[in-house]
Design a protein around this ligand. Structure first.
Ligand code: ACO
Length: 328
């Protein structure tokens, strides 16, 4: 049975840097509050108009280049986003067209901050089954356009950034590299704790303008409590599946929602923060893009080397969460 491995990584963030103090234009907030509560110093926001699929395109081009492939070599596109270009169809088909492809299948998934982990697991299953050998997995988000810029939007508004990450996942017969296991979970009982409720099938679209449902809602404390617990569980299940001790893992990459969540997981496993790759200070929460952006930067900084034991884990809206264990 072939194994799936990541053969190329790419990222793209818009050039416009928005520092914490810049947010004072909309919110009663401060650099000190944002940094101490979340670890964020700045984020990137697009210049409008912009397209999520286009951000994904730039990241994909770099991932394909690193893998030494052209778009025509790809058997399947998986596009993870909570901020698609259109209500329907998904951004995957738009990316497919931008890549110059004719009929390559494109699959959109809506797992929010867990989108990349879910997507990697899906790619792994398609490759193990033998159905596909080369899959392009993209996480891309434009979140600055759905933020609530009214004063009451500050709790959510200061956390999110725009960006994209992409990986090429390929089949290999090499037993010493690739994805070893993945574990996925969701709990719809908490769907309304972190959501944008509209546009929705429950609302007549002509009634939408000014509707409060179009603004993001987050029960921050509840989400935080679950995130710490579930992220820890997701790491534990990956460790148990591989029989790894926490200290044996070379690098942990956790979804970048809040540095305090990563710190809590590190404390639970009695690991130093150096074992965790973080860049939330530069980009904020880029949802489905955060883990592939981390992969790209970790590799560029020499913190990911062939043969390294790696655990990826994420938690987000849904609630959804999960983890992947792999050998780089
Ligand atoms: N600036 C200044 N003050 C603020 C801001 C702000 N931007 N936002 C809220 N406050 C105020 C609140 O009004 C509150 O004031 P009060 O005490 O007078 O009522 C005070 O700061 C404390 O607010 P808390 O909500 O208690 O702050 P907390 O320490 O819980 O941190 C945060 C908030 C950062 C949102 C945290 O709860 C968190 O990180 N939650 C989890 C986020 C997450 O993991 N999301 C999942 C992924 S996202 C996805 O899947 C799409």
């Amino acid at each position: 049975m072939p194994r799936a491995y990541i053969s190329g990584v790419g990222m793209y963030v818009p050039p416009k840097v928005v520092k914490n103090d810049d947010l004072k234009a909309w919110y009663d907030t401060s650099d000190e509050w944002i940094y101490t509560r979340s670890g964020i110093k700045e984020r990137r926001w697009v210049e409008e108009p912009a397209s999520t699929a286009e951000l994904g395109l730039y990241a994909s081009q770099e991932a394909l280049q690193q893998a030494g492939l052209s778009p025509q070599d790809i058997d399947l596109i998986i596009f993870a986003t909570l901020s698609p270009d259109l209500y329907f169809p998904g951004s995957g088909v738009l990316l497919q067209h931008k890549l110059g492809l004719e009929t390559t299948p494109a699959l959109d998934i809506r797992q929010q901050c867990s989108g990349f982990v879910y997507g990697l697991s899906i790619a792994d299953q398609f490759i193990r089954s033998g159905m596909y050998r080369r899959i392009l997995l993209v996480g891309a988000e434009i979140q600055s356009t759905w933020l609530d810029y009214n004063p009451e939007g500050r709790t959510v508004g200061v956390l999110f950034g725009d960006g994209a990450g992409a990986v090429v996942v390929e089949a290999t017969e090499d037993p010493n590299r690739g994805i070893l296991s993945s574990h996925l979970y969701s709990q719809g009982a908490y769907a309304m704790e972190l959501c944008i409720a509209e546009p929705s099938s429950a609302t007549r679209s002509h009634e939408l303008p000014g509707s409060y449902g179009m603004r993001p809602y987050m029960n921050g404390k509840e989400v935080f409590r679950h995130a710490v617990q579930r992220m820890g569980e997701a790491v534990q299940v990956a460790l148990s599946a591989q029989g790894w001790k926490p200290e044996e893992v070379d690098l942990f990459i956790l979804h970048q929602a809040n540095i305090r969540i990563v710190q809590a997981v590190a404390d639970f496993f009695q690991l130093p923060m150096e074992k965790f790759f973080n860049n939330i200070h530069k980009y904020g929460n880029t949802t489905a893009a955060s883990i592939p952006i981390c992969l790209y930067e970790a590799q560029a900084e020499g913190r990911l080397k062939a043969g390294d034991k790696v655990i990826l884990a994420a938690f987000g809206s849904g609630f959804t969460w999960g983890s992947v264990a792999l050998i780089w």
